[in-house]
Ligand binder design. Structure first.
Ligand SMILES: [Zn+2]
Ligand SMILES: [Zn+2]
Length: 328
C-alpha cells in the first residue's frame, strides 16, 4: 500500500515515527491462536513474508478475500507458493532451525478463501464473471462468498447495480451452501432490508469491519450474524465501537484486519497485515472483561473456535458435487 515503507524481514512490529524513523514495539502476549477472518493477502507487498509474520504471532487462521473482478483468480494459483515460501521464512525470522529435530512451535497460518465481487465493482458483474465466480466457489479452499454488500460512501458503482449484484450473490451463496462475508458502508438500512427479503443464508452471515455503534449493531446481532472487529476497535476516538463489541454474543464474535487497510493502533500509518490481529485481539479481551491470563486463554480459544467453525469448514454438498468443474 505505502510503497516507500521498508520491508522488515523479521517478526517484530515497527512503528512509524516522524522524519522517517522507525521504532520496534513489543507485541502483546496472546494466550492462544487467533484468527484474521478478513485479509486481502494478495494486496500485501510480500504475501509470503506477511503470512510468516502472522504465524510468528500465533495467527493460526487467515481468510483471504478475493474479488475476481479485481484480483482475477491469481490468488488461487499463488496461495500454495506463498505458503511454501512462508514456511521457510517463518523458520528464518523466528530462529527455528531446519534440522527436523527441534520442534517448530509456530506454524504458518491455515489460509482459506472468501471469493465474491465487492460492491465497488458491482458494475463489472456480468454473466461471464458470475460463471467464473461459480466455478471457483467449487474450489474446496473457498469457505465463504464475499466480500459482498453495499457501499454508498464511495458509490463506485450505481446503487441499483450494487443492490442487484448483492442479491445475485446472496442467491449464489444459498445455492452453494456457503456463508457470506458482508461489506456495508453507509448502506445498512438497504443492506438489511435486502437480506430480510432474500433471507439470511443458513450457513451464516459475517458482518465485517464493524465500526459503528451499538444501536446499529443490535439488529444484525438479533438476526444471528457473526460480527468481526478489526482496526477500528482500537482507534482512539472509537468508544462507541468498543461499546458495540460488548453486545455481540461470545460465540459470534470475531477478529480480523482487512489488511492492507485499517491498521490498528499503535501501528496506524503503515500498511496493515494479518499479524496485526494481535493488537485488536488483545484490546478485545480487555473490552470483553477477560483480564487474567487464564480468562484470556479461554476467551481467545472461544474466538478462534468461532472463526474456524464458520470459515474453516468442510466442503459443502454443492462444492463436493461441483468440484469436477474447478478451473485449472
Ligand atoms: Zn470491506
Ligand atoms: Zn476487505
Amino acid at each position: 500500500m505505502l510503497e516507500d515503507e521498508p520491508i522488515f524481514e523479521d517478526a517484530l512490529f515497527h512503528q512509524k515515527r516522524k522524519h522517517g524513523v522507525w521504532r520496534e514495539i513489543e507485541a502483546p502476549a496472546i494466550e492462544g491462536p487467533i484468527a484474521d477472518t478478513h485479509a486481502h493477502v494478495q494486496m500485501l507487498r510480500d504475501p509470503a513474508l506477511a503470512l510468516a509474520r502472522a504465524g510468528a504471532h500465533n495467527v493460526g487462521f487467515v481468510e483471504c478475500i478475493v474479488d475476481p473482478s479485481e484480483d482475477g483468480f491469481g490468488p488461487f494459483r499463488a496461495l500454495p507458493g506463498w505458503l511454501l515460501e512462508a514456511t521457510g521464512t517463518l523458520r528464518r525470522i523466528t530462529g527455528h532451525c531446519e534440522c527436523g529435530v527441534h520442534e517448530v512451535v509456530v506454524a504458518v497460518p491455515r489460509v482459506r478463501i472468501a471469493c465474491g465481487v465487492h460492491p465497488h465493482n458491482a458494475k463489472l458483474y456480468t454473466p461471464e464473471l458470475e460463471a467464473a465466480l461459480r466455478a471457483h466457489l467449487a474450489d474446496r479452499r473457498v469457505s465463504a462468498l464475499g466480500e459482498i454488500g453495499l457501499d454508498y460512501h464511495y458509490d463506485l458503482s450505481p446503487r441499483e447495480v450494487q443492490q442487484e449484484v448483492f442479491r445475485a450473490q446472496i442467491r449464489l451463496a444459498k445455492e452453494t451452501g456457503l456463508p457470506i462475508c458482508l461489506h456495508m458502508r453507509e448502506a445498512h438500512d438497504d443492506g438489511f432490508a435486502i437480506l430480510q427479503e432474500e433471507g439470511f443464508p443458513e450457513a451464516g452471515t459475517l458482518l465485517h469491519c464493524y465500526n459503528l455503534d451499538e444501536a446499529e449493531l443490535r439488529r444484525w446481532v438479533d438476526a444471528g450474524c457473526f460480527i468481526a472487529f478489526g482496526g477500528p476497535l482500537t482507534f482512539k476516538k472509537a468508544d462507541e465501537v468498543r461499546e458495540a463489541a460488548k453486545i455481540v454474543p461470545l460465540d459470534r464474535l470475531l477478529t480480523e484486519t482487512d489488511a492492507p487497510f485499517m491498521t490498528p493502533e499503535p501501528l496506524r500509518g503503515i500498511a496493515c497485515e494479518p499479524a496485526h490481529t494481535v493488537w485488536t485481539a488483545d484490546l478485545m479481551a480487555t473490552v470483553r472483561g477477560a483480564e487474567t491470563p487464564e480468562e484470556r486463554a479461554v476467551f481467545f480459544e472461544q474466538l478462534y473456535a468461532n472463526a474456524v467453525g464458520l470459515l474453516d469448514r468442510e466442503p459443502t454438498a454443492w462444492q463436493r458435487s461441483h468440484e469436477d468443474g474447478v478451473h485449472a
